[in-house]
Design a protein around this ligand. Structure first.
Ligand code: ADP
Ligand code: MG
Length: 337
């Protein structure tokens, strides 16, 4: 086994068996590894098998074929208490234990060491304190779990997982119910934790954009049921990312790493300029169905960044005019086209 290897998936096939004994393979064969300190984002459309794979790795369901090895040991052979010292799991719809206070919930992370009724020793308390500090949840510890927002609750669930002090943490769609600032906050925190603690963190998500920014590696479940693995940048450059999310009307732009929701336009327009004003000008033109080309100083739209704000010099059928906002530019282009 390679040093630092946390997880080894060997010819793993995941799925379900019906009562009549028929097998329904959802994903496989999967052959990949995960190492200490890595943040891996598991991506794939709804129903592609992200949760099924996570549940199989976490020992909640058996593989149809092949093996998942944790720290060199087959998950199937680990007793629940041993498994709980190797892997902590945070599920999306984590039970909102109504009347439980946050500190007690986080402290439950110590159960593999203390037992359900076991008292907490100094070490347990030190790790719980560290888990709370690392997730910035100090201000919630005296609240009840049902008095937390979704974002706060996810951080508390992460603190509980940290208190469990396992080399591997797995989260199934931790950002699913969060607003954008909370999603960014949580992803940044997970990224930081992988760096600071050398733990392996595997999370499934629909946040393609954030995953591209924070993941050390991406595991992508594809329609052919195979799992494609690689650094985000390689998957973008070799076209894997694009083809996996290729849907009519949604285009992945390799040069900006963003998804373009607008259909390709029919009218060409050239734009000259740089910086924020040029970026938002191009966005507005794309929305109106233009094919935007970068041009020289004689472009149809020339943006100059003046000290008192940007100006747009427009050229249409040989006539030049200057405007002071994107809405004026759009109005002029529409009337004159
Ligand atoms: P994801 O998490 O990527 O959205 P899931 O792993 O939840 O996908 O589901 C993958 C596929 O497995 C889906 O087609 C789903 O209908 C099917 N599935 C999920 N749970 C079961 C089950 N208990 N029995 C049979 N099929 C299931
Ligand atoms: Mg799922």
């Amino acid at each position: 086994m390679q040093a630092g290897q946390l997880l080894n998936l060997k010819n793993l096939h995941v799925g379900y068996k019906s009562s009549s004994g028929n097998q329904k393979c959802i994903a496989g064969p999967i052959n990949t590894q995960m190492h200490a300190g890595e943040l891996i984002c598991l991506l794939g459309p709804n129903g592609s098998g992200k949760s099924t794979l996570i549940r199989t790795i976490a020992g909640l369901q058996s593989p149809l074929e092949g093996d998942a090895e944790l720290d060199g040991v087959n998950v199937k052979k680990l007793k629940p208490a041993d498994l709980a010292r190797k892997l902590s799991l945070v599920l999306t719809d984590s039970v909102r234990a109504g009347n439980l206070d946050v500190l007690s919930l986080i402290s439950l992370g110590r159960y593999p060491y203390s037992g359900w009724l076991g008292g907490l020793n100094t070490d347990d308390r030190r790790i719980i304190k560290w888990a709370i500090e690392s997730t910035h949840t100090e201000q919630f510890v005296n609240r009840k779990v049902n008095q937390l927002s979704d974002g706060e609750c996810q951080k508390v669930m992460l603190a509980r997982a940290l208190a469990q002090d396992t080399p591997l943490i797995i989260l199934d769609e931790p950002t699913a119910h969060l607003d954008l600032p909370s999603r960014i906050d949580l992803m940044r925190l997970l990224h930081q934790l992988a760096r600071d603690t050398n733990k392996g963190i595997l999370l499934s998500t629909h946040e393609l954009d954030l995953a591209l920014q924070v993941a050390d590696k991406i595991w992508l479940l594809k329609p052919d049921r195979k799992l494609e693995c690689g650094t985000p940048e390689d998957l973008v450059l070799n076209g894997t990312f694009e083809s996996a999310f290729d849907k009519e009307g949604i285009l992945f732009d390799k040069t900006t790493g963003s998804f373009n929701i607008h259909p390709v336009g029919e009218r060409e327009i050239s734009v000259f300029g740089e910086g924020a004003a040029a970026f938002w000008t191009k966005r507005a033109l794309l929305r109106q169905g233009y094919i935007v080309k970068s041009g020289g100083i004689d472009s149809d739209v020339v943006i100059s960044d003046l000290p008192d704000g940007p100006r747009w010099l427009l050229r249409k059928k040989g006539v030049r005019t200057e405007v002071e906002s994107i809405s004026e530019m759009m109005a002029y282009l529409v009337i004159k086209s």
